[in-house]
Write a protein that binds this ligand. Structure first.
Ligand SMILES: C[S@@+](CC[C@H](N)C(=O)[O-])C[C@H]1O[C@@H](n2cnc3c(N)ncnc32)[C@H](O)[C@@H]1O
Length: 252
């Protein structure tokens, strides 16, 4: 039988590379590693890469293995999921991986301006009806820009046609330089060791025959950000509940 949530939380409280900070404490004391992650935690001068909404942290750990000369931090609000990546990286003795349990909306409390080089968004909920919660909306671009280096990069890997189309339009509207863009990653020449890391959610979408989309762009400074003004077809399978989704054979 697998570990229950409570014992995972007990483990996480002991892990030296997992940070969980109640909001009241953040407000009162601030986060001591803000602006000092490299110097005080990773003990190097390597770039910092975040995986936002990391779930079990497959990208955080997978990239950590591929790039020992970069530092990776997985961020999610759900601790029981994060436990898997935290445990794996600890047992493997990885010194370039950490996890932070918090709401993405609070990242400015944890990172200083320019402290982050890259952000990965791995299979975020497309939030088709809530622009405000969509992790590639201009609201979040503004937030990411505050912690990213001037040439900071954002990666989005998604199953969602809606999320992919919205993001490509948002990128176009704001003239962000595109470094890579494919609507069908695994049938394109782009699928290298990095992009072939598969997350828990990704596996499920692949089993359902859904193409994986990927876009990488530079989140440059802009005086004003423009929300794309287009109608996007909704993902039909996402209107199903979980049990009906499993009956889905294939779609976009
Ligand atoms: C669909 S899951 C994807 C998880 C993982 N990246 C994967 O591909 O398996 C989305 C994850 O984002 C997290 N998440 C969504 N919005 C968040 C927010 N505002 N702050 C922190 N975590 C968030 C959820 O808790 C969830 O674990």
């Amino acid at each position: 039988m697998g570990k229950n949530k409570l014992s995972k939380f007990d483990d996480m409280a002991e892990y030296p590379h997992v940070f969980q900070y109640p909001f009241e404490r953040l407000q009162a004391e601030g986060f001591p590693l803000k602006g000092h992650w490299r110097e005080h935690f990773f003990k190097n001068t390597n770039p910092i890469v975040l995986e936002l909404g990391c779930g079990k942290g497959e990208y955080t750990v997978g990239l950590g293995r591929l790039f020992p000369d970069k530092n990776f931090i997985g961020i999610d609000v759900k601790g029981a999921r994060m436990w898997s990546g935290a445990k794996e990286s600890l047992e493997a003795g990885m010194t370039n991986v950490a996890f932070l349990r918090t709401h993405i909306e609070l990242i400015e409390f944890f990172f200083a301006p320019g402290e982050v080089s890259e952000i990965w968004l791995t299979f975020p909920d497309p939030q088709m009806k809530k622009l405000n919660k969509r992790l590639t909306s201009t609201r979040f671009m503004k937030l990411y820009r505050r912690i990213l280096a001037p040439d900071g990069i954002i990666h989005l890997k998604t199953d969602s046609y809606f999320m992919y189309t919205y993001t490509t339009e948002m990128v176009k509207a704001n003239r962000y330089p595109v470094l890579c863009d494919t609507a069908d990653l695994y049938h394109s020449p782009e699928a290298d060791d990095i992009l072939s890391i598969k997350t828990y959610y990704e596996q499920q979408w692949l089993e359902r025959g859904i193409n994986i989309k990927y876009i990488r762009f530079v989140c440059e400074e802009r005086e004003e950000l423009i929300e794309p003004d287009i109608e996007i077809e909704l993902d039909a399978y996402r209107s199903f509940n979980r049990s009906k989704r499993s009956a889905l054979a294939s779609t976009k």
